[in-house]
Write a protein that binds this ligand. Structure first.
Ligand code: NAD
Ligand code: UDP
Ligand code: UDP
Length: 350
């Protein structure tokens, strides 16, 4: 069963993972680049629990070793400190290529390194896939659609992207990574998959990465005002990380070369998200016997340049080809995240 489970998640968070015995014919050597990051570490958990041999490659630019500490010493787990822009010679059956900073704050901190990671890093992993005949999955992004003129965005939409603005290093980087991926499919027959991931949130998001869900949850837990950029009317669709992992694994195992959107089709304005976070934080605090409901305090800050006005995936392709649809509601997912950050604040680790 490759589906998600709250129980499984809880077991991981308690640090007591039990992996499954998988017959040798089904067990794969799976490389996860960026496996110490937010999405990568959840993917590694799932692959390990399924019984695969997992190799993580990470430079620890934005990722954290502690997200993987539950696997250190496990005979099926290997962790390589390596920058994906350098060539890598190993033998693998599948590559999930996630290495790349994902939050605007992180990817803009060193724009040239971001483009280099997207281009040279993806080239290296495709070269590795070609040599080893491994199946290759690119973690692409909804940012390939830029500030979209159509909504929801289907995979056929060509996008509205600036090649010079502050988001360009990431948006154009991912677009060229997709181009490279299809180049290796058409020219060398590499067996590729492209996941266009929409805003995803959940436990283990970097607390300082500046993304909206982590910012709001931490601000609300600390009793600080929530920072709304612009008037808060811009929209996003938020997918819980366990749903995304289901989609990534389903895509890897399906016979689908075309790009596939993975994300939630429920669209919220940033202001609605702020209200929801306030409510969820208040409920968790009440349940835990902390002081009750707080007034929602917000401060308005400038809207970043080229911040997309709207974003919502057309997920019909994922439903038709993968039988995939997200199952976690935003309130439910936020509650998991609030509990996670609350616990980490209590431990003093954030
Ligand atoms: P993250 O920043 O938490 O993880 C990225 C990981 O890649 C980190 O562990 C980082 O140390 C590593 N990394 C970065 N550059 C590297 C390099 N040159 N060599 C080796 N390792 C490197 O981000 P995330 O949210 O987990 O995103 C993972 C992937 O999913 C990214 O490719 C991102 O573009 C994509 N994605 C994520 C989202 C989202 O909402 N989280 C949305 C769209 C796409
Ligand atoms: N590459 C790698 N590991 C491998 C095979 C290739 O890192 O196992 C890198 C290689 O260094 C090159 C890139 O992947 O920079 C593209 O490889 P490919 O064989 O497609 O092209 P070429 O080496 O002929 O330029
Ligand atoms: N945002 C906000 N307050 C914050 C962080 C982000 O209002 O503290 C807004 C941001 O301007 C954008 C949306 O929330 O409109 C999502 O931002 P995020 O950085 O999470 O992701 P992305 O812009 O890449 O979708």
């Amino acid at each position: 069963d490759e589906s998600l489970g709250v129980v499984r998640h809880t077991r991981i968070e308690r640090g007591l993972p039990t992996t499954r015995m998988m017959p040798d014919v089904k067990r794969k050597r799976v490389l996860v680049t960026g496996g110490a990051g937010f999405v990568g570490s959840h993917l590694v958990d799932r692959l390990m629990l399924m019984g695969h041999d997992v190799i993580v490659l990470d430079s620890f630019l934005t990722g954290n070793k502690s997200s993987l500490s539950q696997w250190v010493g496990h005979p099926s787990f290997e962790l390589l400190r390596h920058d994906v822009v350098e060539p890598l010679l190993i033998e693998v059956d599948q590559i999930f290529h996630l290495a790349c900073p994902a939050s605007p704050r992180h990817y803009q901190a060193n724009q040239i390194k971001t483009i280099k990671t997207c281009f040279q890093g993806t080239l290296n992993m495709l070269g590795l896939a070609k040599r080893t005949k491994a199946r290759f999955l690119l973690a692409s992004t909804s940012e390939v659609y830029g500030d979209p003129a159509v909504t929801p965005q289907p995979e056929t939409y060509a996008g509205n992207v600036s090649c010079t603005g502050p988001r360009a290093c990431y948006d154009e980087g991912k677009r060229v990574a997709e181009t490279l991926t299809y180049g290796y499919l058409y020219q060398d027959g590499v067996d590729v998959r492209v996941a266009r991931i929409f805003n995803t949130y959940g436990p283990r998001m970097h607390p300082q990465d500046g993304r909206v869900v982590s910012n709001f949850v931490l601000q609300a837990l600390r009793g600080e005002p929530l920072t709304l950029y612009g008037d808060g009317s811009q929209t996003r669709s938020f997918c819980f990380v366990h749903d995304l992992i289901d989609g990534l694994i389903a895509l890897m195992n399906a016979d689908v070369h075309s790009p596939v959107n993975l994300g939630s089709h429920f669209e919220f304005s940033v202001k609605q998200l702020a209200e929801l976070v306030r409510d969820v934080v208040a409920r968790v605090r009440e349940e835990d016997g902390d002081e009750g409901r707080q007034r929602l305090k917000v401060i308005y800050e400038a809207l970043p340049t080229h911040d997309p006005r709207q974003r919502r995936p057309d997920t019909r392709r994922a439903a038709a080809l993968l039988g995939w649809a997200p199952r976690w509601g935003l309130q439910q997912g936020l509650e998991e995240m609030v509990r996670y950050y609350k616990e980490r604040m209590r431990e003093g680790t954030i």
